[in-house]
Design a protein around this ligand. Structure first.
Ligand code: 6R9
Length: 652
């Protein structure tokens, strides 16, 4: 864990003095004001009850806000009845907003589709009827293995409508990974597509479903296939159905029945440190409340005028909470993009922002660092003046990347909200409020009103300002996971056994002198060098702050003398690769930024870094390389060829 031992080493980098208060104009008109903090502090449960009733349409009001009597298994908004799809769709049509655009969809090859709220409601009703006709009933599990096409959102909402539990499996996952998830959840139906487009070429999906279902013993009765790229597919008669023939042909009349507030909404698998992936379970009322609340207040959302783009994949929790659910529950117009950021050119994102006049962009630091590497002249070619707010999620954002995001993309004026949360937390937990908080580059800063977090030491005692420790959540929150599918013991063990009555997030964090929170990466990403605890994030930030470095990943490799040694993998910018002294220069730079103890023992120059679907660097694989082993299981990588590329580049 990152702690005070590394003393001044930790200080330097995290002692960011820059502060960016909201502009007077933004602060004066902001949706979320400082009063929210006071209101939540005065009566936390009352605050959530009020938020829930304001943001959602309950078919039957709840009687109790929180039942924590069977902790750590929470029940929120007990006795309430609600339908998630009705909240995301029908009610906006009923309120006269049926003509508002719900989804602006942009395919990778440049084809487009648009759905108004009325059209999306109709599409979801048809899908709900079709799924029911295929035998799917309330409580059944449906696996969704789709690319970033509107049918992904339609399928999720159709499941929610009928009370089926969706399990979205990222389209980049292998047949094996898909089969494991199908088996664990005992899915009855699979929704997939013939394929998608990636980097300008058709990329198949259906063959992975066929391979996953080849061995007998599974629970799948039907596979519904969306035609996306028109590539030929194998067909299992009786099992497989085209979307056009089942869904498009179904009736557009479908009544949204009410489900219990605690009815399961979805399962989403996330990798644990060890063992098989965990099926994180989320339910309805609390999840919708907190995601809608955070989406509105953190993004300063005006549904009637904003165009909101969350550039995550739907197979990641960010895609669930901030593409499929909260923006639609809030009645916003969203942009959804199918492809990669560099197809057909490196200005693709900025072209999309210019085209749709996107006002709010929510993206991951890894994407921002990639854009930095490509150069500021690319976004400079586009009109990005529509942007009013930028969000970041997925990993700590290095101060350099934060500044670049604000200056180059936000024109030096947009607030940046660095939002910390997890698959398990369901919605945002720590984030500035854009009209209130004076933001600090690299820090997520403060818990949202209604959320109680702290940084504690080994014994669970809160650390003083200026000190580091473990991030914990001190009281239950509406969108918290309700457990791990089929494994209640693992839920208790993983999250609730480390400290008494506190949720252990698995992240290291530090409080600065103002008490603001800086996330330091996963606890398992913390290195111990000669008894000094060093955070991978900090050394990475130090490396990225050097003009020669585009991206960096740091691991602790076992070392006979020092216990662990710092090994850095770096992607260099432009001509830096030709500099024979670059490694020494970077070592010294880290020494200067953090302290000599943090100087990497080895710096390896690589062309790419191994990343998961959600853009997280898989340090485990880099550690294998650093420790001279064959790289381990790489099936969850977004791009499977990367490890080969890295090994080859290191042989040279
Ligand atoms: C939403 C999401 C969760 C882990 C989390 C932490 C890291 C996410 C972050 C952040 C620093 C942020 N993380 N947001 N670290 N600052 N703003 O990413 O969910 O895929 O479950 O990952 O991601 O380490 O514990 P998930």
């Amino acid at each position: 864990m990152p702690e005070n031992e590394a003393g001044d080493a930790l200080e330097n980098l995290l002692h960011e003095n820059r502060k960016f208060p909201p502009s007077e104009d933004f602060a004066a008109n902001a949706i979320a004001t400082a009063a929210l903090y006071q209101e939540a502090a005065a009566d936390r449960l009352g605050f959530w009850a009020k938020q829930s009733r304001e943001l959602l349409s309950w078919g039957q009001d709840f009687e109790q806000t929180l039942d924590w009597s069977e902790a750590p298994f929470a029940k929120w908004f007990v006795g309430g009845k609600i339908n998630a799809a009705y909240n995301a769709l029908d009610r906006h049509v009923e309120a006269g907003n049926g003509d508002r655009v719900a989804i602006y969809w942009e395919g990778e090859p440049g084809d487009t589709r648009e759905y108004t709220y009325a059209q999306l409601t109709e599409a979801v009703k048809k899908a709900a009827n079709a799924f029911e006709a295929l035998g799917v009933a309330k409580g059944d599990r449906v696996a969704i293995y789709l690319p970033m096409i509107p049918e992904a959102v339609i399928s999720m909402l159709a499941c929610a409508r009928i009370g089926a539990i969706h399990s979205v499996v990222f389209g980049g996952f292998s047949a094996d990974a898909l089969r494991n998830r199908i088996d664990d959840a005992e899915a009855k139906l699979v929704i997939t597509a013939d394929g998608t487009y990636r980097r300008g070429a058709p990329s198949p999906l259906k063959p992975a479903v066929d391979a996953a279902l080849e061995a007998p013993g599974h629970t799948v009765q039907h596979v519904v296939v969306v035609k996306r790229n028109g590539e030929p597919v194998a067909w299992a008669e009786g099992r497989d159905r085209w979307w056009t023939e089942t869904v498009d042909a179904a009736s557009a009349e479908h009544e949204a029945v009410l489900h219990d507030s605690e009815h399961p909404l979805f399962i989403l698998y996330t990798s644990g440190t060890t063992g098989k992936p965990k099926g994180i379970l989320h339910t309805t009322g609390g999840y919708l409340t907190q995601t809608a609340y955070s989406h509105k207040n953190v993004f300063d959302l005006r549904p009637e005028s904003d165009v909101y783009w969350c550039a995550a994949d739907i197979g990641w929790v960010t895609g669930h909470s901030y593409i499929a659910y909260s923006p639609l529950v809030n009645g916003a117009s969203i942009v959804m993009y199918e492809g990669t950021p560099d197809t057909p050119h490196q200005g693709r994102w900025w072209e999309i922002i210019e085209k749709y006049k996107v006002t709010i962009l929510y993206a991951a630091p890894t994407a921002i660092r990639t854009f930095m590497k490509w150069g500021r002249e690319i976004p400079a070619k586009y009109d990005l003046s529509s942007l009013k707010l930028l969000g970041s999620v997925g990993e700590p954002i290095n101060p350099e990347a934060w500044m670049w995001y604000r200056e180059i993309i936000g024109g030096g004026k947009t607030p940046i909200v660095d939002t910390w949360w997890q698959t398990e937390t369901g919605g945002m937990m720590i984030s500035p409020l854009p009209g209130v908080t004076a933001t600090k580059p690299g820090s997520a800063q403060v818990a949202l009103p209604g959320i109680e977090v702290d940084v504690v030491d080994d014994l669970g005692q809160p650390v003083a300002n200026g000190q580091g420790g473990y991030l914990v959540v001190k009281s239950p929150w509406p969108s918290m996971l309700r457990g791990i599918w089929g494994d209640p013991e693992r839920y208790k063990e993983t999250y609730w056994s480390r400290f008494d009555n506190m949720y252990f997030a698995g992240d290291g964090a530090k409080k600065d002198e103002d008490g603001d929170i800086w996330l330091l990466g996963r606890v398992d990403d913390v290195m111990n060098v000669s008894g000094h605890r060093l955070s991978t994030t900090e050394i990475e930030s130090a490396l990225v702050s050097h003009p020669s470095v585009a991206e960096a990943a740091v691991v602790g490799a076992s070392d006979e003398t020092t216990g662990q040694a710092v090994v850095a993998f770096v992607i260099l910018r432009g001509s830096a690769a030709e500099d024979p002294d670059v490694e020494q220069t970077l070592r010294n730079h880290v020494g200067k930024e953090i302290g000599p103890i943090a100087k990497p023992k080895r710096i390896l120059v690589v062309p790419e870094l191994p990343k998961t679907r959600s853009g997280k660097i898989m340090r485990r694989l880099l550690k294998d390389i650093a420790e001279g082993r064959e790289a381990g299981d790489a099936t969850t990588l977004a791009d499977a060829g990367i490890m080969q590329l890295i090994s080859e580049s290191l042989k040279k």
